[in-house]
Design a protein around this ligand. Structure first.
Ligand SMILES: CC(C)(COP(=O)(O)OP(=O)(O)OC[C@H]1O[C@@H](n2cnc3c(N)ncnc32)[C@H](O)[C@@H]1OP(=O)(O)O)[C@@H](O)C(=O)NCCC(=O)NCCS
Length: 179
C-alpha cells in the first residue's frame, strides 16, 4: 500500500510521500530485506541478539531469515504482520504490527542512509492507521532510553512515554484519533 499521501499533521517529509510504500513481507522479498539490513543496519537494530562474533555473520543472516519465517511468513500462526518499507521500489527497512491480548505492538527500522528524512514519521502514521483498524484497545511500542530518534518519533504520533532504567515504553489509546 502507498503511504497515505498529503500533509501529515503539518509535517513535511524530505521525500515524496508517494515514493514510500509498505508491502507485505513474503518469501519473495525476504532476501531484499536481508540485503538492505546487511548493507545499511546494525543487527541489533533489526533482529534479536544472536551469540557469536559481531556484525553480519552467516549465522546471523540465517537467523534473520529464520526469524521472519517463524514470526510471519512461513507459519500457520503468525505472531506479527511484517511489511517491507520501500522507497522508489527499493527495500529500505521493515515495519511490524504484533497483536497481543488487548494491544498491538508496532516496530520500525529504517536503513541508516535513509534515516532523518521523515520516512519513519510517514511509516509510523501508516502503521498507526493500520493498528487502529484492529480490535486493539492500546497501541504500544518500546525502545531504549538512548534512542532519541525512536522516542521523538513515538512522541510525534501522540504516544505517552514512560522511561525506566534502560527502556522506554510508549502507549496510545487506539480509539482516539491521533496525528
Ligand atoms: C527510529 C527510526 C525508525 C526513525 O526513523 P527516521 O526515518 O530516521 O525518522 P524521521 O526522520 O521521520 O524522524 C522522526 C523524528 O525523530 C527525530 N530524529 C530523527 N533522527 C534523530 C536523531 N538521530 N536524534 C534525535 N532526533 C532524531 C526527527 O527530528 C523527527 O522529529 P520531529 O518530527 O519532531 O522533527 C530510525 O532511526 C531507525 O530505524 N532506528 C533504528 C531502529 C529503531 O530504533 N527502531 C525503533 C524501535 S520503536
Amino acid at each position: 500500500m502507498t503511504v497515505a499521501p498529503g500533509p501529515v499533521d503539518g509535517f513535511t517529509p524530505n521525500v515524496p510521500t508517494a515514493a514510500v510504500e509498505l508491502r507485505l513481507l513474503s518469501e519473495a522479498n525476504l532476501t531484499e530485506l536481508l540485503d538492505a539490513a546487511v548493507a545499511d543496519a546494525d543487527p541489533a537494530d533489526v533482529m534479536p541478539a544472536v551469540s557469536g562474533p559481531p556484525d553480519w555473520t552467516e549465522d546471523r543472516r540465517r537467523a534473520f531469515r529464520d526469524f521472519h519465517r517463524a514470526r510471519s511468513i512461513a507459519t500457520a500462526e503468525p505472531a506479527e504482520v511484517t511489511y517491507v518499507i520501500t522507497l522508489d521500489d527499493r527495500v529500505i527497512g521493515a515495519a511490524r504490527l504484533q497483536p497481543s491480548a488487548d494491544s498491538v505492538e508496532m516496530g520500525i527500522w529504517i536503513g541508516r542512509s535513509h534515516r532523518g528524512r521523515g520516512i519513519g514519521r510517514l511509516v509510523a502514521a501508516e502503521l498507526l492507521a493500520l493498528a487502529q483498524q484492529t480490535d486493539a484497545t492500546w497501541i504500544v511500542a518500546s525502545t531504549t532510553s538512548d534512542n532519541t530518534a525512536a522516542q521523538q518519533l513515538l512522541r510525534d504520533i501522540g504516544a505517552t512515554l514512560t522511561t525506566t532504567d534502560v527502556a522506554v515504553d510508549a502507549v496510545l489509546d487506539a480509539r482516539r484519533p491521533h496525528s
